[in-house]
Ligand binder design. Structure first.
Ligand code: SF4
Length: 325
């Protein structure tokens, strides 16, 4: 049965009359066509969520009988209510030139990492590397990720769990977003990106060093902050209220004031006008890293607040993660 066949079966099985569709930005081009196909084949009304969709941590609450979420695998530790994750599978693996480009940069014992999008390529890439004499390891998932070798921007378990078995990592994918955390968490090991879109490979060291300089500067700017705003997400897979309360207590222990701010989408425009000296983000860990230049005040991760308050040394810096054990 095709995936659309399975989707139609689920819609029928739930007796849904209204179906919500949630797409990440990269799949928006499919939205109109898919909504029309579902409406004509299932006899339902579709509602496309026009809010951003960042991950399986962020499933839209919609007034529908069933929500169909595309582009991400469900997080096993979350309890979703009336959500179907529609899997489009990996694109075909046409050639391995981009993997060959990475080979001169790799140690013999290598961990293989990727994202949800390219996960189906891992067995072929593993076999290709093993045929060339590499010892290849693929880390099993934890309770937040669905597949072996899969990285999230907030969970690097599949890399750290095989840390003792490998001398470096090969990441299959585009962009620095996912492997950056591995490069910061495991600074002594090379992280090489094999990019299937550009057909090339590169080491992540320079990017890691630039981001660490940026984080050091944010911590220095927040050093004399008296009032912190601690951001807490409403999103199902980003909410860390317990951590936010602990951080508030920690700031107060150091005679700083701290207030909790609850929001769905964390963005600089929505935080204008509040009298805080620095933000501390407990929502998606990447907001403080990726969006820092958009904020007037410094925006820190929880561990960076600990450095500001003298509870953690900079040499013990760690990348913020949301792990589910
Ligand atoms: S919390 Fe952030 S990094 Fe993690 S899955 Fe959600 S959007 Fe991605």
């Amino acid at each position: 049965m095709t995936d659309i066949g399975r989707l139609l079966e689920v819609i029928g099985g739930r007796n849904a009359k209204t179906v919500g569709l949630q797409f990440p930005v990269g799949l928006r081009t499919k939205a109109v066509e898919l909504a029309q196909e579902i409406e004509s084949k299932a006899g339902v009304t579709c509602l496309v969520s026009a809010d951003p969709s960042f991950g399986a941590c962020d499933v839209a609450e919609m007034p529908v009988d069933l929500t169909v979420h595309l582009g991400h695998a469900p997080m096993p530790h979350l309890r979703y209510d009336r959500v179907f994750f529609y899997d489009l599978g990996s694109p075909p693996l046409k050639d391995l030139g981009f993997v060959d480009a990475a080979i001169p940069l790799l140690p013999r014992r290598v961990g293989l990492l990727t994202t949800y999008q390219f996960r189906e390529w891992l067995p072929a890439i593993r076999a290709h590397l093993e045929a060339k004499g590499f010892e290849v390891h693929v880390g099993p998932p934890d309770r937040r990720v669905a597949y072996a070798g899969q990285l999230l921007g907030c969970d690097y378990h599949t890399a750290t769990v095989i840390d003792g078995d490998v001398d470096g990592y090969l990441y299959i994918g585009t962009g620095d977003f996912h492997p950056l955390g591995v490069a910061i968490l495991l600074p002594d090991k090379p992280i090489v990106i094999a990019d299937p879109e550009r057909g090339e490979a590169r080491d992540l060291k320079d990017v890691r060093d630039r981001i660490l300089r940026q984080r050091h500067a944010a911590i220095a700017r927040a050093h004399d902050a008296r009032t912190f705003g601690i951001l807490v997400s409403r999103k199902i897979g980003q909410e860390r209220m317990g951590l936010a309360r602990d951080l508030k207590a920690l700031a107060e222990k150091h005679e700083r004031s701290a207030s909790l701010f609850l929001m769905d989408l964390v963005s600089p425009e929505l935080l204008e006008g509040y009298r805080v000296d620095a933000w501390v983000n407990t929502a998606c860990p990447r907001i403080a890293i990726e969006d820092i230049l958009q904020y007037k005040q410094p925006i820190l991760t929880p561990q960076e607040l600990e450095v500001v308050l003298g509870e953690r040394d900079w040499k013990d810096y760690v990348f913020d993660e949301i792990r589910a054990y």
